[in-house]
Design a protein around this ligand. Sequence first.
Ligand code: MG
Ligand code: MG
Length: 248
Amino acid sequence: MIVLKSRDEIKRMRAAGKVVAEVLAALREMIVPGVTTAELDRFAEDECRRRKVKPAFKGYGGFPFTICASPNEVVVHGFATDTPLVEGDILSIDFGVVKDGFYGDSAFTVPVGRVCKERERLLEVTESALEAAILAALPGGRLSDISHAVQSCVEREGFSVVREFVGHGIGRQLHEAPQIPNFGSPGQGPRLKPGMTLAIEPMINAGGHGVKILEDGWTAVTLDGKPSAHFEHTVVITENGPEILTRL
Ligand code: MG
Ligand code: MG
């Protein structure tokens, strides 16, 4: 069942989303050659403590970190490590909190220093796929309009959509119904309604769409070792269209 949120609940989700956006904005500034993802993770955890919110991921199904730190060929759910980032890497950071009973969830991928053309384009295309998907989250539309917007954006650029991981409803739970695949034909699935709160999150590979999970049970990497990007926002559907809750 898809839980519609009341005006008051949306207000609380807006507050949770704002914290996520602020912490991610600070993390973004820290991502330079030489920094480690363990440092980024500690920063995020300290910020949660300081702001009196709970990290959404730490402990979720046993996940051991506050952020998911996924460099290069890591698709999602990467562990923070003490390996310094180097110029030419790309890094995805996924971060969420629960505040006042409600979750916010957002992710971005950034270049570390200067990166090659292909990686630059991968980031641009994945971010614009998220924008297109959000614009498709219209009251009266269908869920798969969102999925289709991502897929068409990405495949015309020669990149591929990860199948194994999907976006999701979000609210009092980190993962609520519905699941939101990043592929599919439009006009299918539940009708989109005001009060729906969705975490829309294209995960896009430069090469083939295949992924595998490493021995740690979490880290998802591309099968072909090519880079992958991830952008995510928590969005509420209103009568007037989508409102992004995790953007400053
Ligand atoms: Mg996320
Ligand atoms: Mg998510």
